[in-house]
Design a protein around this ligand. Structure first.
Ligand SMILES: C[S@@+](CC[C@H](N)C(=O)[O-])C[C@H]1O[C@@H](n2cnc3c(N)ncnc32)[C@H](O)[C@@H]1O
Length: 203
């Protein structure tokens, strides 16, 4: 049942360093696109003050459950189904939404659904965090990410490395204000936004 992604082993600690810095209040973290479940275990263990809610499309849940069962962490919940093409989200309020290496895999419509959902469920002051490769309007994409983008589009023309400015504009439409943009290993970025303290934005 347990899937294993070598990339998770490489990036989990650098990501945890950022999450530890920016997620310093108590509350629920909803992870969208949890994949194998390796990240969920590592982050729940590293952030014991937070309650980690993994989620993904149904076919990935058995692996996440297997990692969870082995870890035996009190703050790691059973994974829930969250399909960005379906309407239902498994939590109605969260302190943070975390989405790693998924925005370039799914279509733009699903990215819109991700940010709409985050804008809906995040408490004021809550954090939306994403990790992965991004393009920037003012500089060329790194050659490794150009190759990756070509590979993604050959596999699924609706996927691809996203333009930071598009994602940031979308975040703003859902009441999320850019709070950080940090270079990460292997030409990835950590991006995070804070939910405005104003009344909730309804799509
Ligand atoms: C490249 S994997 C990343 C997984 C994990 N976050 C990681 O970093 O290893 C992309 C993830 O997006 C998920 N995904 C694809 N389509 C989705 C959808 N419509 N709704 C939610 N998740 C989706 C996949 O199941 C997969 O877990």
């Amino acid at each position: 049942m347990k899937q294993f992604a070598p990339s998770c082993e490489r990036n989990k600690q650098p990501i945890l360093v950022v999450l530890s810095e920016i997620l310093n209040t108590r509350g629920v973290i909803l992870e969208v696109g949890s994949g194998s479940g390796q990240h969920a275990v590592h982050f729940a263990r590293g952030l014991p003050h937070m309650e980690w809610q993994p989620s993904d499309v149904a076919e990935n849940l058995p692996s996440i459950s297997a990692w969870r069962a082995e870890a035996g962490l009190a703050n790691l919940r059973e994974p829930s189904i969250l399909d960005l093409f379906a309407g239902d989200w498994p939590v109605i309020e969260a302190q943070a939404v975390v989405c790693i290496n998924t925005i370039h895999i799914v279509s733009w419509q699903a990215v819109e659904s991700l940010f709409a959902g985050a804008g809906r469920i995040l408490a004021p002051g809550g954090i939306m965090y994403v990790y992965g490769p991004y393009r920037y309007a003012d500089r060329p994409l790194e050659p490794s990410n150009e190759d990756f983008d070509r590979w993604l589009k050959a596999r699924d023309s609706s996927s691809g490395v996203r333009l930071f400015e598009d994602v940031n504009r979308l975040a703003g439409q859902h009441g999320l204000m850019l709070a950080g943009d940090r270079a990460m290993p292997a030409n990835n970025r950590s991006l995070w936004w804070i939910k405005s303290q104003q009344a909730r934005v309804r799509p």
